[in-house]
Design a protein around this ligand. Structure first.
Ligand code: GLC
Length: 744
């Protein structure tokens, strides 16, 4: 004991003599890379390895001896999750961690407004900073491939261009708070079924044209400081330590200088984790053999096993240096960033931001004229539906949020239309939000709730139905997919009965996914509302009353039937995959195999190319005013390899009130040597127009917008020939066309 103390004292003494000059790594004015190298030079092997794995559920070690802080992470993409216990998934029960719940990311995508993405990143970043988090585990940008994916609500829709444009401002503004984005889940985690082990087989064209672009944009344009590896496999190797994904593509092709963090429990092999580009192993029950019990963090793959590989000389210490270097860079960008602000929590500004994003996210799918409802008319309104009162920030998995405030649709509708004019009937019961199991509701309960709602409907002037999906397992929830495309809890039967009792039944469903709408042509209006968080009810009420003119556009198609969706047009190999052996999904022997058979034809690309009209198309969304498109004009008829064309299209507000339109530009390759979608989104701009106003909207067309990914050449290629630019207010109504040639 004595000798230890003496050695500490001597170290302190020597350090004391060195205290005169501030070490470079502690000098905030020194370039980050100098600080990284200086810190690394002072670290032991044990300290480098300690940086590379969890020390608790949501933190990894710093270097206490050098005064380098720990890395604190938190979910999630829509706000800062309540504090979790040190070593289990329970809530710590703090009283200072209630937050603002911002709209889910499909709702952000439905705004088609990059300014809203910037506002989102700034505000959620201020809350993460105030909660002293260094890494926010989001945004998620996995492509919406199937309406059954339980986590689509956490992502940005079916189109890679829309997701690429919307993710960048979120990342940039978030990181200005000294909080790292952790863009997830990289890659091909497009469903929850068997997510821990499924091996996804996909063509390079689909990988590069559909599934990678949003991650690439987040890295190259957003400057993301971290990426989260996905649970699943691709090319039969887990994404969290997948050489081609992490070394060849992410770092080799994209130049990523940040940190790769596993999904929680996503590491399965020490040597792969050491050599294939993983930096920090997070999670639980990660002994790779059985589920966790007393399992300690020192047993993680990148903990003692990694240290032993290096000590035995099987892996060079330089591998640990590379990981430590990237993790130190993350720490200097976040925890040790002396420029970072202090942040704030559930401020009026954050509520205003959540409201503004929610307002712009609501999609008016159908309106025969019943909307907006004038509050002054004093109509007797019946609100029906569990989602009118349910706190939809509970449940859903890791994106759950403990909110300080939550404005429910019923409260907001009563506020706007007068409590004396608004009554409520639950209509159906949905059970408690549980994870991977569900509460069975007796049929007698549902029958009774339905009867009560229908009886009340007959007495009302207008019925506003607020149902949809929720955050229960097998709904919009992590770790499980939906079991069917139809609304759950007998809602279609209820909606049919409501329509029969009162034809003035407005549908204002809340969901994170598309769903079957057999009654769509028999209701006077349909709103498609995402999970909008703290201010969601207020946004819905303001759209219903007309205080807000809806301007949202669908970020994903709404098929009439599930089998109209490309992923479901083939056998089980396409969805949900086929399980080749029994076993524990996350860590067992089972190895489900899946082939993305629709390939590049995801979403509207499938509907267009297979000529299967969606019930409501990608990019669709109505307004309380109307818009007309003039003829698009090109600055030239031919585009060369280094050239660009200006496309100008006049858009007019032909209605009687101000409104915003998302002008969408699609490009069609009129004759290609390979199969290509009929058209692809390559530009959009949201413009607000006064009644009668005409605006010339301009897009710049460049050769890269015409390219497809040539698998043989492993490069993007634009073939000479004829192309068509199509402009309009949705993928189904982009009828304003103009042709041009591309010549090399
Ligand atoms: C979960 C999720 C991931 C989340 C992480 C931490 O399994 O897949 O999105 O950030 O674990 O909760």
């Amino acid at each position: 004991m004595k000798s230890t103390v003496i050695s500490i004292v001597l170290t302190a003494a020597s350090a004391g003599s060195a205290m005169a000059a501030t070490p470079v790594y502690l000098d905030p004015k020194a370039p980050i890379e100098d600080r990284v190298e200086d810190a690394l030079s002072r670290m032991t092997l044990e300290e480098k390895v300690a940086l590379c794995h969890a020390q608790s559920k949501f933190s990894s070690a710093g270097v206490p001896r050098l005064g380098i802080p720990e890395v604190w992470m938190s979910d999630g993409p829509h706000g800062v999750r309540a504090e979790i216990n040190w070593n289990d998934w329970g809530h710590a029960g703090w009283t200072n961690d209630s937050v603002t719940a911002f709209p889910a990311l499909t709702a952000l995508a439905a705004t088609w407004n990059p300014d809203m993405a910037a506002l989102y990143g700034k505000n959620v970043g201020e809350e993460a900073r105030y909660r002293e988090k260094d890494v926010l585990l989001g945004p998620g940008v996995n492509i919406y491939r199937t309406p059954l994916n339980g986590r689509n609500f956490e992502y940005m829709g079916e189109d890679p261009f829309l997701a690429s444009v919307m993710v960048v401002p979120y990342v940039r503004e978030l990181q200005k708070n000294g909080v790292a984005a952790c863009v997830k889940h990289f890659a091909l985690n497009n469903q929850e079924q068997w997510r821990g082990n499924i091996n996804v087989d996909v063509s390079d064209r689909a990988l590069y044209e559909i599934y990678l672009p949003a991650f690439k944009a987040a890295v190259q344009d957003g400057g993301a400081w971290s990426i989260m590896g996905a649970y699943n496999k691709v090319w039969n190797q887990h994404c969290c330590h997948n050489k081609r994904l992490l070394e060849d593509i992410l770092r080799g092709e994209w130049g990523f200088d940040g940190v790769v963090i596993t999904d929680w429990g996503g590491a399965h092999d020490t040597r792969e984790a050491a050599l294939n580009g993983l930096d920090i192993e997070m999670g639980s029950f990660t002994n790779g053999l059985t589920s966790e019990s007393e399992f300690t963090y020192d047993d993680y793959f990148l903990a003692r096993p990694f240290l032993e590989l290096i000590r035995k000389g099987e892996v060079p210490e330089s591998v640990a240096d590379d990981k430590a270097r990237r993790i130190l860079r993350l720490i200097f960008r976040t925890a040790m960033n002396t420029e970072k602000p202090f942040g704030s929590l559930h401020s009026p500004e954050h509520y205003a931001a959540a409201k503004a994003i929610g307002d712009e996210s609501i999609v008016l799918l159908r309106n025969t004229g019943i909307l907006p409802l004038d509050p002054a008319a004093g109509r007797k309104i019946l609100v029906v539906g569990d989602n009118a009162v349910r706190k939809l920030t509970d449940g859903g998995g890791s994106s759950e949020l403990k909110v300080k405030d939550y404005v429910s649709p019923l409260e907001a509708i009563r506020e706007v239309f007068g409590p004396e004019n608004v009554t409520f009937a639950q209509g159906y019961a949905a059970g408690r939000p549980m994870y991977s199991s569900e509460e069975v509701i007796p049929a007698a309960v549902q029958d009774s709730l339905r009867a009560e709602a229908v009886a009340k409907a007959a007495e009302a002037d207008v019925v506003i139905y607020v149902g949809g999906l929720n955050k229960n397992a097998f709904q919009d929830c992590e770790s499980t997919d939906r079991r069917e495309y139809e609304l759950p809890f007998g809602q279609n039967e209820l909606i049919e009965a409501l329509i029969a009792a009162n034809p003035s039944t407005v549908i204002a469903n809340i969901t994170g996914n598309a769903y079957a709408m057999p009654w769509a042509d028999r209701v006077p209006a349909i709103l498609h509302v995402g999970y909008l968080g703290t201010m969601g009810g207020a946004s819905m009420a303001d759209v219903l009353s007309g205080a807000v003119n809806p301007s949202g556009k669908m970020p994903y198609s709404i098929p009439v039937r599930l089998q109209d969706n490309g992923a479901h047009a083939f056998d089980a190999t396409s969805y949900p995959g086929v399980e080749s052996a029994e076993g524990d999904v996350l860590f067992g022997a089972c190895a489900p195999q899946q082939r993305y058979a629709e390939d590049i034809l995801v979403g509207y690309r499938w509907h267009d190319t297979r000529k299967i009209p969606a019930r409501y198309a990608f990019g669709h969304g109505l307004s309380y005013t109307t818009f007309a498109y003039g003829k698009p004009v090109l600055s030239a008829k031919e585009l060369g390899p280094d050239g660009k064309l200006e496309l100008t299209v006049p858009v007019t507000n032909t209605g009687s009130r101000e409104g915003a339109e998302v002008v969408q530009l699609y490009i069609a390759d009129d004759k290609a040597s390979v199969l290509r979608p009929v058209k692809e989104l390559k530009g959009f701009e949201k413009v607000t127009l006064a009644p009668g106003e005409t605006r010339e909207v301009t897009f710049t067309v460049t050769p890269d917008m015409l390219a497809f990914f040539d698998e043989g050449a492993h490069a993007w290629r634009t073939e000479p020939g004829s192309f068509t630019a199509l402009v309009g207010g949705s993928s189904a109504t982009a009828d304003a066309k103009v042709r041009f040639k591309y010549a090399e």
